[in-house]
Design a binder for this molecule. Structure first.
Ligand code: FUC
Length: 788
């Protein structure tokens, strides 16, 4: 009898704990869930969690779980300068050869004398897998695996041998640990073995005390070509602590064995010796111990609550409803397959929020920026080394940051810029004998800025200029003058200074042009690619405006204005297209994935609906490039069609993206909704999120008085007749909520933190509004005050 009573009490407790962990504090909205009826077999089916620094892919297996984890500073290599002293002596010859039309010779000379030392940068590395083997049977029932975006947690539930099991996994930003919480619905029902599986040969795991596992290692940098081991100071360590309620925990070999526990919390700390791009002296073991010491008195509930608070404060800033349909009821992989042939507005909204989730999980203040795979990587040789490619990719990662209300997630990029300035000054001096700083088309953990890989695409000079404009955008959205003065302006100014020294007069036209450079990855080394000129003009304009706002550098700003007017302008070519190069040689049948010369339409804005001819020509260029594309290229095209105010065309590209990999275009989504280049590359996810925002709200234009124009529903596709969005940000320091029905705006609310004027624009109707500091205003679809 007593036993039965005990069991009843236990069952009641368990139920409340169950509900508590799963639902109570959780989502107000079950739509933000990716879910599946089976564990992941492939890495691209596993579900990502991350706190910006420590990321994991949860496979959700039963009876064996694999949690593959990463730490964002575990890379090959060591601090070094990649620039080539004396390279600048060849600059004039390179230019002369290119002016004479001798591209091959120029590329050959550049390969010999002008490239980075060494030629390639270093790859990002996986850390290890946390393996858990349960002692229950192979066959399970009622299996469900989910990633709840609103909670920032993966949950797995099933029954085996009459017992219900649940595990919850999240990566805590406030406490810097990965938390794996396991429970069974039967007292003492939890028995398992947990161990590390590490892909690095130079690593060992051991048990420490009664409930800790330690993994220590060093990455190996083996030069395959020359068959030599390269010096490698990068050390790493992970510590796993098991806290069990009921039952026992003991070490056995290099594993921990848990027997007959009621519930268990596994805490994983992981770190490397990386301090910054020039120093690698930290003690990773000490870092892990400190993290675990800080959570010594915290129970699972404390960690969960702190995580939820931190996560939801950010995630819930924006909500989106694009309508509903049968897809809403399906498991995510089934839903994706259905989306190949059917509209699924709920899936579009889910992918939008997933991009925001992935940004929060891979880029938080104090971490490394999101790389080509965010922070998630299982390979020792990841595609393109999972570095930071700057001729579109790393920028696209940050396109959603401002507009989808996660501006602090932009910060890791700004920290990286501070380091890139140091390295980029050396490259500016050694390669161009120029002042300021320059970044070519890639950087890595060691902040390499010199031209890498091959002279036909590596010598592209506007990476730093483009990234500097991210600082400016952060200012435009947030209106934080202090940020502009302290962080943005110094970096932007020096980026511009480089081009003051670098730009060269075109002997044929007399314009100032960029070169040697290239239109990213298209057409080889040239003088005067259009994209460079667009970026440099935008940078000069931004620096000059910033100088005026800050009341500084008057002469320098005037010089930039003068030079800016002399840079080769955008040109319309023989086919009515926007020329990608100085020469009118665009091939209308070329479907190249890069659409670099359209930079001025998006993310730039010098070509816009006011510059009618160029706008039309840019549109024609995009038509020539076509709708088929891979991951990030689709992301870019969605934004471009949104800027061309063509919602249905933007939606057409989005539809190609919202389908299983390879089914509608080269790209598409994996079952876990990771975007495929292919293979997985995270930029496409971020491009899609930004693109959906750009379809609903644009704020890149200003009126004659300099007031930002908030263009409402500028590219709403007919596939989303009814919907609402809350919390998008607009330039000028505004936040916007929109509602629409039957394809028409029904309500708009605008809030202003700093208190500013702006102009609302909807279907040709303009309405200036003035908001007080912290004020808000709600208008109807005719832009009249509600109720009047
Ligand atoms: C750019 C692209 C490639 C790839 C690489 C990481 O260079 O042209 O397609 O995305 O980045």
């Amino acid at each position: 009898m007593k036993r039965i009573l005990c069991l009843l009490v236990w069952a009641a407790w368990c139920r409340s704990a169950w509900v508590w962990a799963g639902l109570q504090e959780g989502t107000d909205d079950s739509r933000w869930v990716l879910w599946y009826r089976q564990p992941a077999r492939e890495w691209t089916e596993a579900l990502p969690v991350g706190n910006g620094r420590l990321g994991a892919m949860v496979f959700g297996g039963a009876p064996e779980e694999r949690i593959q984890f990463n730490e964002d500073t575990l890379w090959l290599g060591e601090p070094r300068d990649y620039s080539r002293p004396g390279a600048w002596r060849h600059l004039e010859t390179l230019r002369r050869l290119l002016f004479e039309g001798r591209q091959r010779e120029a590329e050959g000379l550049a390969m010999r004398e002008f490239m980075s030392v060494p030629l390639r940068q270093m790859p990002y590395q996986p850390f290890a897998d946390l393996m858990i083997r349960f002692d229950h049977r192979e066959t399970v029932e009622g299996y469900r695996r989910e990633l709840n975006l609103d909670e920032g947690a993966v949950r797995v539930r099933y029954r085996a041998g009459g017992t219900g099991y649940e595990r919850t996994v999240f990566s805590s930003a406030p406490h810097q640990v990965l938390v794996v919480h396991l429970q069974a619905d039967r007292p003492g029902g939890l028995s398992f073995r947990v161990w590390f599986r590490c892909p690095h040969t130079n690593s060992q795991a051991r048990v420490q005390g009664v409930n800790r596992l330690i993994l220590q290692g060093r990455v190996r940098n083996f030069d395959q070509a020359n068959k030599i081991e390269i010096r490698n100071p990068m050390r790493f360590e992970a510590v796993l602590e098991a806290r069990a309620r009921g039952g026992t925990v003991r070490g056995e070999g290099d594993a921990l064995v848990v027997e007959n526990a009621d519930r268990v919390t596994l805490l994983l700390a992981a770190a490397t010796c990386y301090v910054n791009f020039q120093e690698v002296w930290a003690d990773p073991g000490e870092r892990c111990t400190r993290v675990l010491e800080e959570v010594r008195r915290k129970g699972f509930e404390d960690l969960w609550r702190a995580h939820l608070r931190d996560h939801q404060e950010r995630f819930r800033r924006v909500s989106l409803d694009l309508g509903h349909g049968p897809g809403d009821e399906l498991a995510t992989d089934e839903r994706l397959r259905r989306a190949r042939d059917h509209d699924d507005p709920g899936l579009a909204a889910l992918v939008f929020q997933y991009g925001r989730y992935l940004l929060m999980a891979s880029s938080r203040p104090g971490t490394q920026p999101a790389n080509l795979q965010g922070i998630w990587n299982e390979s020792l040789r990841p595609p393109w080394d999972s570095k930071y490619t700057c001729n579109i990719n790393v920028e696209m990662n940050y396109w959603p940051a401002e507009v989808t209300n996660l501006p602090e997630c932009h910060e890791p990029l700004f920290d990286a810029l501070d380091e890139l300035v140091v390295s980029g000054r050396r490259t500016a001096r050694n390669h161009y004998n120029a002042r300021g700083w320059v970044l070519h088309h890639n950087f890595d953990l060691w902040r390499g800025t010199a031209p890498i890989n091959h002279s036909d695409h590596g010598i592209w000079v506007t990476g730093g200029a483009w990234l500097s404009l991210h600082l400016w955008e952060h200012y435009l959205f947030g209106q934080d003058r202090d940020f502009l003065a302290r962080r943005a302006y110094p970096v932007m100014k020096e980026a511009a200074l480089f081009f003051v020294d670098y730009l060269v007069e075109d002997p044929r036209t007399g314009y100032l042009i960029s070169g040697p450079s290239n239109s990213p990855e298209h057409g080889g080394l040239v003088m005067g690619p259009t994209m460079d000129h667009q970026i440099i003009r935008s940078l000069f304009a931004a620096v000059s405006e910033a100088a005026r706002i800050l009341g500084t550098d008057e002469a320098f700003a005037a010089e930039l204005d003068r030079l800016r007017a002399r840079i080769a302008p955008n040109r319309v070519g023989r086919l009515g297209q926007l020329q990608e190069w100085l020469e009118d040689k665009d091939d209308p049948n070329n479907k190249h994935r890069h659409v670099s010369h359209l930079w001025a339409v998006y993310p730039g804005c010098e070509i816009n609906w006011r510059t009618t001819n160029l706008f039309q020509a840019a549109r024609q260029s995009l038509v020539f490039r076509g709708d088929e594309a891979t991951g990030w290229s689709m992301g870019w095209k969605i934004n471009l069609w949104a800027r061309f105010l063509d919602g249905d065309h933007a939606y057409k590209i989005l539809r190609n993206l919202l389908a299983p990999v390879g089914s509608r275009a080269d790209g598409g989504l994996y079952p876990n909704l990771f975007d495929a280049h292919p293979p997985f590359q995270i930029d496409g996810n971020f491009g899609a999120t930004a693109g959906i925002a750009e379809m609903l709200l644009q704020s890149h234009m200003r009126d004659e008085q300099g007031r930002f124009i908030l263009h409402l529903l500028p590219a709403l596709p007919s596939a989303w007749p009814d919907g609402r969005v809350r919390g998008l940000r607009a330039r000028g320091g505004f936040e916007v909520d929109l509602a629409w029905q039957g394809g028409r705006l029904t309500e708009v609310t605008v809030r202003s933190r700093p208190g500013r004027e702006c102009v609302l624009l909807y279907e040709g109707r303009e309405r200036p509004i003035q908001l007080r500091r912290g004020g808000s205003l709600t208008l109807d679809g005719r832009l009249e005050r509600k109720g009047t």
